[in-house]
Design a protein around this ligand. Sequence first.
Ligand SMILES: NC(=O)c1ccc[n+]([C@@H]2O[C@H](COP(=O)([O-])OP(=O)(O)OC[C@H]3O[C@@H](n4cnc5c(N)ncnc54)[C@H](OP(=O)(O)O)[C@@H]3O)[C@@H](O)[C@H]2O)c1
Length: 369
Amino acid sequence: MKRRHFLAATGASLATGALASTLGHAAPKNALRLLILGGTRFIGLHMTELALARGHSVTFFNRGRTNTDRYPKIERLRGDRNGDLAALAGREWDAVIDNSGYLPRQVRDTATLLEPKVRRYLFISSVSVYANFLTANDENSPVGKLDDPATEKIDEATYGPLKAACERAAQAVYGTSRASVIRPGLIVGPDDNTDRFTYWPARAARGGRMLAPGTPRDPIQIIDARDLAAFTLRLIENDVGGVFNVLSPPEKFRMGELVDESIAAAIEIARPATKPVARWVPADTLAAQKVAPWSDMPVWVPSSGDEAGFAATSAARALRAGLTIRPMRETVRDTLRWHLARPEAERNALKAGIKSEREAAVLAEADAR
Ligand SMILES: NC(=O)c1ccc[n+]([C@@H]2O[C@H](COP(=O)([O-])OP(=O)(O)OC[C@H]3O[C@@H](n4cnc5c(N)ncnc54)[C@H](OP(=O)(O)O)[C@@H]3O)[C@@H](O)[C@H]2O)c1
């Protein structure tokens, strides 16, 4: 895999009753004590919201820098995964959710400290662990190896192999049945701090002709952070170990649905002065104009060459274990509503997607062909 597409990260409020039933079964009889390493950003916020709605208690462990205003009543333990774990010592929880482990040393240290007093260690990994995307991957596919096993430099080449090493560190301490490993695909939805999926409804909300990549039939894979949260809690409540890819199944979603739903949501919710209209430009034309998949055109990677299997990762095991995938329409609309409520400076400085002047130039060039 060209690791430029690595999935590293760089709450919307819902009614409690609706949330609690997200897992498709009643809230558990036994409230669980959960520790979240991280917790105050994107996926941690959704996990917290659902866990509280289902009657569990949550403790955050972090440095106290990110979103300090969110969930003010939750117990917060202050520390640092790089050398200051003192606040965790001697405490007991039913399960730990590790959202913020990027280096095997960090996971080894927390797992070793917590193992005697915490039954389950759930590590949030990534589908970026796979050695390549030449063909479709499932959980048995080989994972990437580090050129230098001692490296702690996180970049596009090392992110995936380091996450694979983190998985092994959790399993080495907890064993494969008490460790749960989740490998999400691109995580999307409200509170996403990467702006990749958000680019599409946000772009449609600006109105006018918008560049759309490849063909409407091009497959994409995503996971709504709320569906990820529901699956995470399902594994914990049912005490399930093992390794699971967590993303929409291959062929379920296509670029056309993302663009069409973004346009429909924009017209209804944002009401731009000029109606948004998609102009589909073929992959080879975009390549000739140096428009990059994933960064300029987020979420989209053409299924060819060494990325032929990028949008074909199996979700079968997680689906059998109860993963549910909400309709694209819901994710797009909730993301757009959240985006429109952000401070103006954030809305105007999206971290992903082609800039508008360049988009106009690419469209003009495509029209002239
Ligand atoms: N975004 C995607 O599409 C995607 C796809 C696949 C997998 N993933 C995985 O999903 C997770 C991303 O989660 P996220 O974006 O919600 O959060 P994140 O960026 O990984 O972590 C942020 C949280 O961890 C805390 N934190 C960060 N550094 C810390 C440290 N040194 N010591 C203690 N706490 C620390 C932060 O609070 P403080 O700043 O206050 O410490 C915050 O609560 C990652 O594991 C990533 O590999 C993401």
